[in-house]
Each structure stands twice: as structure tokens, then as C-alpha cells.
Design a protein around this ligand. Structure first.
Ligand code: DGT
Ligand code: MG
Ligand code: MG
Ligand code: MG
Ligand code: MG
Length: 268
């Protein structure tokens, strides 16, 4: 078919191909979730329903889109790591980030009721997305370590803060004042001596966030078989299937990476 005279406008599109060999990280973050959490009465500092819904949505993203090897989430954010050899959507950054963000957002709304039951969703939430490229395994590990360290720092602060307010009877500004200038050891000490809370015993979901990876799991299913000259009968068959599994483990140390060598591709 002949091209129209308007065809030239296509040349205004910019090339946003992600550099080859790099891991492509897409990080989403809830838009103004400070307000969203207030309006939907999220428990403070951690709402298990909200975290569960985030992870369910992230799982859907991994299952529906190609080439995501690992995802990490905490608070109102989730990071998705595409394998470095991925050629999905010709590595076009805008395609990748918009597909991740829209799939995530629609899943969040779609599954809202599974987590919040009768509590209504008051307005449509949104998520921003960005793409960052990491050229080496160490860079990628450091990226995930950075997000997990952020989770830890915020959660320790928030746990101390809300204990001071909810159990200690302090106002929010008094709690803020009390925590000003404190280091991690001070917050641990306040939690332990004033509230008998050993921070290390807090749920790992809150302290570590959530890591999603693909793992082979064995499943048994029942199958009808009919051998020649025999009656049909039911047998159990074992099959191995890849599933997205959730872990609330440390990703900063080497142990996780040694246990899951299939996640990273060689730098060579
Ligand atoms: P943004 O991202 O610039 O549009 O603004 P926000 O308000 O989303 O800020 P952000 O992403 O830095 O911080 C996340 C907010 O979400 C923070 O105010 C606390 C809230 N949030 C996230 N998870 C929970 C939760 O489980 N419980 C409660 N109460 N709040 C949460
Ligand atoms: Mg923000
Ligand atoms: Mg946010
Ligand atoms: Mg955030
Ligand atoms: Mg189309």
C-alpha cells in the first residue's frame, strides 16, 4: 500500500532501545501513597493486606510478561529485573515500563477485594515507573541491596516511631523529636527496653521485603490412563513446573546468590 504523506511523523519517535548486555530494571512506585494509605486505613507501619496485594500484582506481572528473572518489593514499590539477554519488545524502554506499570496497576485494582474484602477502593491508584540499566552482576546486586537497605532503615524507624506513638503515648511530633539523630542501635534499644520488642523477631516480610523468583516445584496430579486391554485407571503423575515463589530473605549477603545461581547471567 502506498504510504500517506503523513507517514513522516513516525520519524519523530525517539529511539529508546536499552543498551545490550545490561540488566533492565523497571521500578514502580505508588503515586502519593501517603494519602492512599491514610484514606484506605492501612495499618501502621505495615499493612499485611496492602503488602500482599502488591506482591500478588507483582506476581501477575512476572507471569504475564516475558523475561523477568527476579522482582523485589517493599512499601509501595516493586522492582522488576529483566534478564540481560532479553529482547522483549526489542528492549524498548517505553514499551517495557508501560507494560509493567499498566499490568501492575490493573492487577492491583482487579485483586483489591481478595485482600481488602468489603472495604471499598475509593479511587483509582496509579504507579510511576522508571527504567535503569545495570551492566554488571555486582551493579545489579548492589541495586537490590540498596532497595533492601532502604526497607530496613525505613522499617526500623517506622517500627520505633509507631511503638512510641501507639504504645508509648507520645504525639507524632514528640516521637519524631525523640528519634532525631538516633542510630540503628538506639532504635533497637528503645524498642527493647521500652516496649519489650526485639526488632529481629519482627516479621521478615516487614524487615526484608519480598523477593519473587522462578523456581521449579514438583506437582502431583491425577491422570486417567488406559493401557491396551485394560480398564481405564487413575494414576498419580509427578511433574516439575516453574512457579513464581516469594521469599522474605536477605539479598545483601552472598548466600542468596549462591543458592540461586540461575538468576544471574555471567558477565563474560
Ligand atoms: P510519591 O511516591 O512521591 O508519589 O509519594 P508517596 O506518598 O507514595 O511517597 P513514598 O513512595 O516515598 O512513600 C510511600 C508511602 O506509602 C509512605 O507515606 C507510607 C505509605 N505506605 C506504604 N506502605 C504502607 C503500609 O503498609 N502502611 C501504611 N500505613 N503506610 C504505607
Ligand atoms: Mg517517592
Ligand atoms: Mg510512592
Ligand atoms: Mg515509595
Ligand atoms: Mg497496538
Amino acid at each position: 500500500m502506498a504510504k500517506s504523506k503523513f507517514e513522516y511523523v513516525r520519524n519523530f519517535e525517539t529511539d529508546d532501545t536499552c543498551l545490550r548486555n545490561c540488566y533492565i530494571v523497571v521500578r514502580l512506585d505508588g503515586r502519593n501513597f501517603h494519602r492512599f494509605a491514610e484514606q484506605h486505613s492501612f495499618a501502621k507501619p505495615n499493612d499485611e493486606r496492602a503488602l500482599g496485594l502488591m506482591t500478588h500484582s507483582a506476581r501477575t506481572v512476572m507471569e504475564e510478561l516475558e523475561d523477568i528473572m527476579i522482582a523485589y518489593g517493599q512499601s509501595d514499590e516493586y522492582s522488576f529485573v529483566f534478564k540481560r539477554s532479553s529482547n522483549w519488545f526489542k528492549r524498548r524502554a517505553s514499551k517495557l515500563v508501560t507494560h509493567v506499570a499498566s499490568q501492575f496497576s490493573s492487577s492491583y485494582v482487579f485483586h483489591w477485594r481478595d485482600y481488602f474484602g468489603e472495604q471499598p477502593l475509593l479511587y483509582p491508584p496509579g504507579f510511576d515507573g522508571r527504567v535503569v540499566l545495570y551492566p554488571s552482576n555486582q551493579n545489579l546486586k548492589d541495586y537490590l541491596s540498596w532497595r533492601q537497605a532502604d526497607c530496613h532503615i525505613n522499617n526500623l524507624y517506622n517500627t520505633a516511631f509507631w511503638n512510641l506513638v501507639q504504645k508509648g503515648g507520645l504525639s507524632t511530633s514528640q516521637a519524631e523529636e525523640k528519634l532525631k539523630g538516633t542510630v540503628a542501635a538506639d532504635k533497637n534499644e528503645i524498642l527493647f527496653s521500652e516496649f519489650n520488642v526485639n526488632y529481629n523477631n519482627e516479621p521478615s516480610l516487614y524487615r526484608k521485603g519480598t523477593v519473587l523468583i522462578w523456581e521449579k516445584v514438583n506437582e502431583t496430579t491425577m491422570k486417567q490412563v488406559r493401557l491396551p486391554n485394560e480398564e481405564e485407571k487413575e494414576v498419580t503423575v509427578m511433574r516439575s513446573r516453574s512457579k513464581v515463589t516469594a521469599h522474605h530473605c536477605d539479598v545483601i549477603g552472598e548466600q542468596f546468590w549462591q543458592q540461586h545461581p540461575e538468576i544471574l547471567e555471567s558477565d563474560g
